[in-house]
Design a protein around this ligand. Structure first.
Ligand code: TEU
Length: 600
């Protein structure tokens, strides 16, 4: 019998529910059309009632906002339109009163090109901070044209180089994301010491940990070799083989752990795209000897993309693939690792639009289905703002001019430079923006049905357009629906999430810590799994019909369902059977507690 949900494994950072706040779009308190710190403080009761214990704040630091704060020009000051340091201190105090914590976004693979370090570095080849960033001489091709030092493509605009030419000193600097985000040179110990100081500053201020932005990119292959040509139709190629998961990553993170992180009882989660190898993942997070508590990986997010075509691509996904990806993620715990669970963040489209059906008929059922998946899996749970309301993607009728993200803007510019208005390529690109743009998750939160969805005062223009559906999809209408119980027929998403988080807490041994096992041989559109724990006599089953068509689920004979805890529709009035075959409605999910029959 597995002993992996023993008491000794318990940690606060495994049990908390983390809510990601994207400050620009959460709540505008001072009426300038942009979300702010005081707006967050004003909504703490809403979050604590939902069942959230920790906030993850996307960057709130001084920044030119070329990439929405993921380009920082001062790590120790607050971006003035978001508020002041006093506002942050007050937020931390108010969180404490509610027994809540906050984690900060540590964006230290790169800074803003307006950071004084970079300004100094760029000033002259001889500047004291020259080697705080990554500078290389140009290359010249056969025709004598100046070219970047290698063929790596920029991550946020794959039609451009990852290197930016700096005419004043006739060198290129590495800027993996955009020219406004020069990569720091972690080989330089002075850079690392500065990063340690930044971390210490925020921990002393009262932060309870960090989400570390693209932290697996900090150790680059110092030969800076050309990447293999995997995108033959493109000038520049994905270079992640050489800039992600590098040779010194483990050492750099261990050093940070030794010098700063280990001195505090904190939560650390590293964002690690391009890390697929299970052993490498475990090396990062293994209890005691690892570097961080957990990491974000992106396999689920890749299920509906064509790898060779990059982010703006689409392919239908299958439940069969989903099963395998989730199984892999869940296996980490048995190997002394720990999973993080998310299906939305500020870089991803809205989940109900992406994985289910966001039409009026099925939006609520789909939102609940995704919630049931998340809350019954083992790991630390992350909710992205608006996910609890079942917010949707940007409406199809909005034009590309409504998309504000640097990545979407560059993509659309590239498309327009190549294809004529009205061409099929442009229409396809519009469709891909609708499906995949990061903007989808960045529209302002819809608090109520007043104009601007209550995000900012009526008459004020929000920094980004509010989704047209705010009159029907908003927090006020969902919270006023009364506290959920499993008997009410129409439970709105917020109330459903609230109840689901309660269920997760109550059955923590199963849901937070339990052992995951796929239920095999189901209908092709049904994803079903069992959770068990040797400390519990019951097991749970989660059954999800990931399709808009009815599907049958035959309850395996070994289970004797005692009660259905959660369901997309009204579980009790439907009197879902407790044995035999049940008919699942479109996008219906169910979570049940069962006895297992010996020998069955
Ligand atoms: O994202 C890093 C990252 O690799 C992706 O999630 C990326 O946004 C996506 O692949 C682009 O299609 C982090 C931040 O979450 C993101 O907002 C920043 O733009 C990026 O780092 C740079 O800091």
């Amino acid at each position: 019998m597995s002993d992996s949900c023993l008491k000794g494994d318990k940690r606060w950072w495994k049990e908390v529910v983390i809510y990601q706040v994207y400050p620009a779009s959460f709540k505008d308190d001072n009426g300038d059309g942009l979300g702010d710190i005081n707006g967050i403080t004003a909504k703490l009761d809403y979050l604590s009632e939902l069942g959230v214990n920790v906030l993850w704040l996307s960057p709130i630091f001084e920044s030119p906002q070329k990439d929405m704060g993921y380009d920082i020009s001062n790590y120790l000051e607050i971006h003035p339109p978001f508020g002041t340091m006093e506002d942050v201190e007050r937020l931390i105090d108010e969180l404490k009163k509610r027994d809540m914590k906050v984690i900060m976004d540590l964006v230290v693979n790169h800074t803003s090109s307006e950071h004084p370090w970079f300004i100094d570095s760029a000033f002259s080849k001889k500047s004291d901070r020259r080697d705080w960033y990554i500078w290389r001489a140009p290359k010249y091709d056969k025709e004598g044209n100046r070219q970047p030092p290698n063929n790596w493509a920029s991550i946020l605009d794959d039609s451009e180089s990852a290197w930016t030419y700096h005419p004043e000193t006739d060198e290129y600097y590495l800027s993996l994301f955009s020219p406004f985000q020069p990569d720091l040179n972690w080989e330089n110990p002075r850079v690392r010491t500065e990063v340690h100081e930044i971390a210490r500053f925020w921990l002393e201020k009262g932060a309870s940990g960090f989400r570390m932005d693209v932290i697996n990119l900090i150790s680059k292959d110092q030969r800076f070799p050309d990447a293999d040509v995997t995108h033959p139709h493109k000038k520049y190629q994905p270079g992640d083989k050489y800039y992600a998961n590098g040779a010194r990553l483990f050492d750099y993170l261990q050093e940070m752990k030794r010098v700063v992180l280990s001195k505090y009882d904190i939560l650390t989660v590293g964002e690690m795209p391009f890390m697929e190898d299970e052993q490498q993942r475990l090396e990062m997070i293994k209890a005691e000897e690892g570097c961080l508590n957990m990491i974000f990986t992106f396999e689920t997010m890749g299920l509906d993309s064509v790898p060779e075509e990059g982010r703006f691509s689409f392919k239908p996904w299958s439940v069969a693939e989903l099963r395998q990806v989730i199984k892999k993620n869940q296996s980490m715990k048995s190997q002394k690792g720990w999973a993080s669970l998310f299906c939305e963040n500020h870089d991803q489209p809205r989940s109900v639009s992406r994985w289910c059906d966001d039409s009026d008929a099925y939006r609520v059922a789909g939102t609940k289905l995704l919630c049931m998946n998340q809350v019954t899996l083992t790991g630390t749970l992350y909710i992205y703002q608006g996910e609890e309301l079942g917010m949707r993607n940007i409406p199809a009728r909005w034009g590309p001019e409504e998309y504000k993200d640097i990545e979407s803007v560059s993509y659309w510019k590239y498309i327009c430079s190549r294809y004529a208005d009205g061409s099929p390529q442009r229409e396809r690109a519009k469709d891909l923006l609708r499906r995949k743009a990061r903007d989808n998750a960045r529209t302002p939160i819809q608090w109520d049905s007043t104009s601007n969805g209550g995000f900012c005062p009526p008459g004020v223009k929000p920094w980004m357009r509010v989704n047209d559906d705010y009159r029907t999809v908003n927090a006020a209408s969902q919270t006023s629906a009364g506290k959920a119980n499993e008997r009410s027929a129409i439970v709105p998403p917020y109330r459903f999430w609230q109840r689901a988080l309660e269920v997760r807490r109550q059955c923590a041994n199963l849901f937070i810590y339990g052992d995951f096992e796929l239920i095999e041989d189901t209908h092709p559109s049904v994803f079903a799994f069992q959770k068990s724990c040797h400390l519990e006599s019951d097991v749970s089953i989660t059954v999800l019909n990931c399709s808009g068509k009815e599907a049958e689920f035959k309850i395996p004979a070994k289970y004797q369902v005692e009660s259905w805890l959660l369901g997309s529709y009204d579980v009790l009035s439907l009197e879902k059977a407790k044995k035999g075959t049940i008919l699942l409605l479109p996008w219906e999910g169910l979570v049940g507690l069962c006895k297992t029959r010996q020998g069955a």
